[in-house]
Design a protein around this ligand. Structure first.
Ligand code: SF4
Length: 423
């Protein structure tokens, strides 16, 4: 996790640039917010589920302010609120928002950071919805967690709804039963990636399961295999597949679960032979990376060190030199010999920030097309200024509240992860 003092302000994603993945990037954020999908970028083809929360109307004045005016008002509101507020910024967040963050990190680092500031009445989470939910689960009862733009969901997290997961579980119980085998292993345990709703985390907590991050997925799967014959892994098939395969699980023992098909699209024998059942989810940003991009990077930059995120498809991870979480990528770059050339397969805002922070290296994004996480992109400084100024006025807007029973189950699954993977 870094503090923003080390960050350099970078230009915005060039709105009218021809090298972007979506011409909607040229639109102003207020227009983007009226669109039915997640916004411009890699997930533009995905549809926001009907149950996703929608916010109230952003007052018009915030739409008319310039970037400099918004900056001034955010700084002034933060100064007035002082220790009463903590602002968290995800690695993938735009720089004009991240520069106001008290902590910058990945989703779990930020949720943990919230627990380090029990004095703060309000936690303003400049990330996406599931991250704010996790912060609400881990933070104190009197603390309020605020997501500046409630439309900042995560297309991957939304691919596993609690209704579909409960239906899948009922089908698996019908196939496997519920009794442990002669070795004391239960038939199946649920494991969910941090990038999932609190409802899915609670489901895992209530069914003996656990949460993992991209940093500790292997350790968590080992924990699960010590207790269960097999796991069902939500929602990112790529992280599940890449991690399990590195542990020696054969691909044929990893059927994909399509929630639209009976038994997820497998037959009973395939499910009995399974070790890891992969939910059919993916990250729209990381699925853009390809083997061709890596080959081109190697041709253009002999000696380049290729690191990709494990949310990338398996063949991309295979073609890279290394794969690892945002924390891994950040540390690997910081520890490298000056003059190293890196081709990175993760979100563009983080890659650009790392390039600015490490002028001693050459760092570029493997995807030549500018394609930010379109959901993260929805946290515009206008929303940050709005929620902070409402706090100054004594009003809380866009609060994320996780229901008490969901809090309990999520907490259980997160605690199991912490116990299994002590930091
Ligand atoms: S980068 Fe992918 S997984 Fe992360 S918040 Fe964006 S859509 Fe979700």
């Amino acid at each position: 996790m870094t503090t923003p003092a080390t960050l350099t302000a970078l230009p915005l994603i060039p709105p009218a640039a021809s090298g972007t993945c979506d011409t909607d990037l040229a639109l102003d954020p207020w227009t983007i917010d009226t669109r039915p999908g997640y916004g411009p970028g890699a997930s533009a083809d995905d549809t926001i589920p009907a149950h996703a929360p929608r916010q109230g109307t952003l007052p018009e004045e915030y739409k008319r302010l310039s970037e400099a005016e918004l900056n001034e008002r955010i700084v002034a509101a933060k100064r007035t609120l002082g220790e009463r507020v903590v602002v968290l910024g995800h690695f993938y967040q735009r720089d004009e928002v991240v520069r106001h963050a008290d902590f910058v990190g990945d989703s779990f680092q930020l949720a943990s950071a919230a627990t380090q500031r029990p004095d703060a009445e309000a936690i303003v989470f400049c990330g996406v919805h599931f991250m704010a939910e996790t912060a609400d689960v881990l933070s104190g009862e009197d603390q309020r967690v605020i997501l500046p733009n409630l439309a900042a969901g995560c297309s991957m997290a939304d691919m596993a709804t609690i209704e579909d997961v409960e239906d899948a579980w009922a089908q698996l119980e019908a196939v496997y039963g519920t009794e442990p085998d002669a070795d004391g292993l239960v038939p199946v345990l649920p494991v969910t990636y941090m990038n999932s709703s609190a409802a899915i985390k609670a489901f895992c907590g209530h069914h003996g399961g656990i949460v993992c991050t991209s940093s500790n997925a292997r350790t968590v799967l080992e924990w699960a295999f010590a207790r269960a014959r097999r796991v069902i892994f939500f929602p990112d098939q790529h992280l599940g597949r890449n991690t399990a395969r590195a542990m020696g699980v054969p691909l044929e023992a990893m059927p994909l679960w399509n929630p639209r098909k009976r038994l997820g699209g497998s037959d009973e024998q395939q499910l009995h032979d399974a070790r890891v059942i992969l939910w059919q989810g993916f990250c729209s940003v990381h699925k853009r990376f390809t083997v061709d991009q890596i080959e081109q990077a190697r041709a253009e930059h002999p000696g380049v060190r290729i690191i990709v995120h494990p949310e990338c498809p398996m063949e991309v991870v295979d073609a890279a030199d290394e794969s690892g979480s945002t924390d891994y990528i950040t540390k690997a770059i910081a520890a490298a010999e000056p003059g190293t050339t890196f081709g990175i397969g993760t979100e563009i805002n983080l890659v650009r920030r790392l390039a600015a922070q490490h002028p001693e290296h050459t760092i570029f994004c493997l995807d030549p097309v500018v394609c930010p996480c379109s959901t993260m992109y929805r946290i515009h400084p206008g929303y940050l200024a709005w929620v902070l100024e409402r706090l100054v006025a004594g009003e809380t807007v866009n609060q994320i509240r996780v229901a008490p029973d969901v809090q309990d189950g999520s907490h259980l699954a997160l605690e199991r992860m912490l116990a299994a993977t002590p930091r």
